[in-house]
Design a protein around this ligand. Structure first.
Ligand SMILES: *Cc1c(COP(=O)(O)O)cnc(C)c1O
Length: 383
């Protein structure tokens, strides 16, 4: 049997008519830039998340850039984030000329550790003119937790720490659309939320796309202006922005998919429960779920002793899998000037060596799930 890590064709087959109609309508209209579907999607995403506003943009990476630009990130500024995430989280900080400051993860949830965040801000940073200054001398302008794999970071604990210093919070919710933390949806708990419509996310377009959510009038206005070259009135610019609009075609696809999102997220959670059950009592460490959040399983990520051996075995037997993420961001070549060394983020480094993500997409059949379990246990052992 062959079980891919993700099967977008299988999803498309279930909603082909709805999607095709949406695409044809959009092509017929020839309204490709900021067409009515973009506005409709922004309203529906805001409604879905329970945010006051949503602003579409060209990708999840751009959503992060726009959010950070709106908060004034740039040279001389620092943004605190996790080293165990997709590259764009820290890449967006760097691209603006600001410096990422990494805080290690909680080994159970893989999300930024609020205790270590508190330790950094309380004990390793200094105050200067009402601002908090990082150990390297940069003013901290934002904290950016990531809701990794689809489970929210411990937002109350994070906000308790950041609230003390009045530092804004940007949620990287690229993997967490529809995930909840104590009844609030991801992306609406901090000051700004950033989502991606990359095809492999739980709500994926037919290409790149993203959205920024916020409840703050001023930030919404800034993000909206920044995504169209910073101009409020065409050809007149008080600030410099970028060209980062959400394509109307992408908005049309995502609008057609949005009504299915809760079902898909629920089915992923069912598949995860099936795996959790099947791996119970074995050496496969299943994902830890806190009581404060639901989990939408953008990835179903386990830890195993002989990870690389298991990966080779799965490959040989046709089970799709991936390592998210094989190298912690503080150890990336491009960030060597930040001065981090191996051993600085022990939990993140350990996770990089032990994690493996298995197929959990909604269209998996029960036979496929059984085959995944059997193939994993073949290698790891059933006891
Ligand atoms: C996918 C992802 C992004 C970037 O989204 P793109 O749409 O691919 O640019 C950012 N952060 C995280 C955690 C992601 O998973």
């Amino acid at each position: 049997m062959n079980v891919p890590l993700l099967d977008l064709k299988a999803q498309y087959a279930t909603i082909k008519n709805e999607i095709d109609k949406a695409l044809v309508d959009c092509v017929d209209s020839q309204y490709f830039i900021l067409g009515p579907q973009v506005k409709e999607l922004e309203e529906k995403i805001a409604g879905y998340c329970g945010a006051k506003y949503a602003v579409g943009c060209a990708s999840g990476s751009d959503a992060l850039l726009l959010a950070l630009m709106a908060l004034g990130a740039g040279p001389g500024k620092a943004v605190v984030t996790t080293p165990f995430t997709f590259f764009a989280t820290a890449g967006s900080i760097w691209r603006l000329g600001a410096k990422p400051v990494f805080v290690d993860i909680d080994p159970q949830t893989y999300n930024i550790s609020p205790d270590l965040l508190k330790d950094l801000l309380d004990s390793k940073c200094t105050s200067s003119n009402g601002a908090l200054v990082s150990p390297a001398g940069d003013e901290i302008c934002a904290i950016m937790p990531v809701h990794l794999f689809g489970q929210c970071a411990d937002m109350d604990a994070i906000l308790e720490v950041t609230g003390k210093y009045d530092i804004p919070v940007v949620e990287d919710a690229a993997q967490a659309i529809g995930s909840e933390y104590k009844g609030k949806r991801a992306g609406t708990i901090g000051n700004l939320g950033c989502f991606s419509f990359f095809p492999s996310k739980n709500l994926g377009g037919f290409g790149d796309g993203g959205v920024v959510t916020t409840n703050d009038d001023k930030l919404e206005d800034l993000v909206r202006v920044l995504r169209t070259h910073g101009g409020r009135k065409k050809y007149f610019h008080d600030i410099v922005g970028m060209n980062s609009r959400l394509d109307t075609l992408q908005a049309a696809v995502i609008l057609a998919k949005l009504p299915h999102l809760d079902d898909w997220n629920g089915t992923r959670a069912k598949h995860a429960a099936f795996y959790n059950d099947a791996f119970g009592g074995t050496k496969v460490a299943t994902p830890f779920k806190t009581d404060d959040t639901n989990h939408i399983y953008n990835q179903y990520t386990v830890r195993v002793p002989d990870r690389d051996g298991l990966q080779a075995h799965l490959k040989e037997n046709g089970v799709g899998n991936a390592i998210y993420y094989p190298l912690s961001l503080h150890m990336q070549n491009c960030f060597k000037d930040l001065g981090y060394a191996e051993g600085d983020m022990p939990e993140s480094e350990k996770a990089s060596n032990e994690v493996l993500s298995l197929p959990v997409y909604p269209e998996l059949t029960e036979d496929m799930q059984r085959y995944v379990v059997e193939t994993v246990l073949d290698h790891v052992g059933a006891g």
